[in-house]
Design a protein around this ligand. Structure first.
Ligand SMILES: Nc1nc2c(c(=O)[nH]1)N[C@H]1C(S)=C(S)[C@@H](COP(=O)(O)O)O[C@H]1N2
Ligand SMILES: [Mo]
Length: 202
């Protein structure tokens, strides 16, 4: 393939990985870097809850036991951080966003979600993006429980957007009519964040 020829100098690409698998400006890493603002929160599963609120017919408040009882899903995906690393072939396990969505019955006016995490971290994602395949509330990665610094007990995974949208230590979803910038978005990160279009900053 002619396209391959121009990318043969790329040392980051593992054997057999086509260059067009990796979004522009990204470098493939084997390790999984840790990135977040602030410290790793201490969490007690006995008091932990997950709330779905805002423009929904049925607001939800799930305990950790409630959450673990939901139907499970597994996703294999590549993840892309705005700081330019990509990690290929991650297996995340958890509960599909769609399961939560169906249970909460969002109102017709709901078009965006503000994702809430521990210590006031937020990020905004449109419902269109969350309803695409492979969006997960994940509690496991590559066969093991999430490590505390990767978001234990629960993180959002939106693999087709830059990874800052995949909030770690997630605690709730707020359904909104209008898009509202989250934590990094208020500092100038992109409202949408598509790695294929390099929507890094607004
Ligand atoms: N709660 C919370 N989630 C967060 C962040 C954060 O600061 N707080 N940072 C985001 C950013 S910028 C990135 S790149 C990814 C990194 O996830 P990782 O540390 O598991 O690689 O988490 C995202 N989720
Ligand atoms: Mo990031």
């Amino acid at each position: 393939m002619a396209f391959d020829f121009f990318h043969r100098g790329r040392k980051d690409l593992p054997e057999g990985i086509a260059p067009d698998r990796v979004p522009p400006g990204q470098v493939v890493t084997q390790k999984w870097p840790v990135l977040h603002a602030g410290g790793v929160p201490r969490i007690d599963l006995a008091t932990w809850d997950f709330r779905v609120f805002g423009l929904v017919e049925r607001p939800l408040r799930l305990s950790w036991e409630d959450f673990r009882a939901l139907p499970r899903a597994s996703v294999n995906c590549d993840i892309h951080c705005v700081t330019r690393w990509s990690r290929l072939n991650n297996t995340f396990e958890g509960v599909a966003f769609e399961e939560i969505y169906r249970r909460a019955q969002p109102k017709a006016s709901a078009r965006y979600v503000l994702v809430h995490a521990e210590n006031g971290f937020t990020t905004n994602v449109s419902l269109d993006e969350l309803l695409k395949p492979n969006v997960l509330l994940a509690d496991r990665h590559d066969g093991a429980p999430l490590a505390p610094d990767h978001g234990w007990p629960l993180r959002l995974v939106v693999p087709h957007l830059y990874f800052w949208k995949s909030a770690k230590w997630v605690r709730g979803l707020e359904f909104l009519e209008r898009d509202r910038p989250g934590y990094w978005e208020q500092y100038g990160y992109h409202m949408h964040g598509d790695p294929w279009k390099e929507e890094r900053y607004s």
